[in-house]
Design a protein around this ligand. Structure first.
Ligand code: SF4
Length: 309
């Protein structure tokens, strides 16, 4: 790599961004939320994309936007409607947080800054930066796993960057995005991470940034040692096949088919191996958490979707 005068550095970053944007024009993903600048639509897509794959989100996003096309329609939706529309996407609390955010926007107006988005319920630092970038068309350092991985490899010589590298990733992104119109490069970096610079095995031979990437040589000569990945811990009850998340989803789906269910019956209906002596405490704790999350209500030993907003 050439050296390090500020001018040389800027030339390197300019070269990277030009290459990225050229590649994006030819290969970038055409996603429905990229065809709009509507802050509401972009916010919905970013919340749905948290913890859910793009291909899975697309049909939910499209039907959600028909059902709740605006902040106002969402702010006025009741909980059973929301849970029905979100059902199948997982992590159902996101739907309730999104409605809280919509109520705040209806009261106070659409945020104009990254901090303003960050102040809304359920919107973390990554989503706030991404929404601001795509709505205002101004670059912000939105660091998701794809962005972290691409920038870590491309600039920082970190083949498998972690969250601990985010400070350095942010600085590197800020160096890359030095003009307002560079905001599009965020889409390009996300797509490169999803399609080329993948987690397990980056396809450096096909990568447009191969010549400008400080890690390419190591991957191409197979001299990279992959660290043991930490296993993401989900709550799994002893003796159960799936995490609680799956059983919570089953409970919510059942409640869409009847007005209410007896707690005594629900265990057998969501789990073939349910044993009332062994598993009753587990079900009761799960129901208690779902009540606290606002997803269900309990009345006289029966559970139902919440009636009130
Ligand atoms: S050259 Fe390889 S490691 Fe570098 S950005 Fe491209 S795919 Fe990733």
């Amino acid at each position: 790599m050439p050296s390090s005068s500020p001018r040389a550095k800027k030339q390197i970053e300019d070269g990277r961004i030009r290459t990225l944007l050229l590649w994006y024009r030819r290969h970038g993903r055409d996603l429905p939320w990229r065809r709009t600048r509507d802050p509401y639509a972009i916010c919905v897509s970013e919340i749905m994309l948290q913890q859910t794959q793009v291909a899975r989100v697309i049909p939910f996003y499209e039907s959600w936007m028909k059902r709740f096309p605006s902040w106002e329609s969402l702010a006025n939706a009741n909980t059973p409607e929301l849970i029905r529309a979100w059902s199948g996407l997982g992590y159902n609390r996101r739907a309730l947080y999104l409605r809280e955010a919509a109520k705040t926007v209806c009261e106070r107006g659409v945020p104009h800054t990254e901090e303003g988005w960050r102040a809304l319920k359920g919107i973390g630092p990554y989503a706030a930066a991404a929404i601001h970038t795509f709505v205002a068309q101004e670059p912000a350092a939105a660091i998701d796993t794809n962005v972290r991985r691409v920038i870590g490899r491309l600039v920082l010589r970190k083949p498998f960057p972690t969250q601990q590298d985010d400070h350095a990733v942010r600085r590197a992104l800020q160096a890359i995005f030095h003009r307002k119109q560079d905001w599009k490069a965020l889409h390009a970096i996300m797509d490169l991470g999803a399609m080329v610079c993948q987690a397990r095995k980056p396809n450096c031979l096909e990568c447009p940034l191969r010549e400008q990437c400080v890690s390419a040589k190591r991957f191409l000569t197979s001299s990279v040692v992959r660290p043991k990945t930490a296993i993401v811990q989900e709550r799994i009850h002893e003796g159960k096949r799936f995490p609680d998340r799956i059983y919570r989803g089953r409970i919510l789906r059942l409640l869409q088919t009847a007005s209410s269910y007896s707690i005594r019956r629900i265990g057998n209906m969501i789990d073939d191996s349910y044993d009332d002596t062994q598993d009753r405490e587990w079900i009761l704790r799960m129901i208690d958490r779902m009540q606290r999350d606002g997803l269900i209500e309990m009345k006289r030993e029966r559970i139902q979707l919440p009636i009130q907003k």
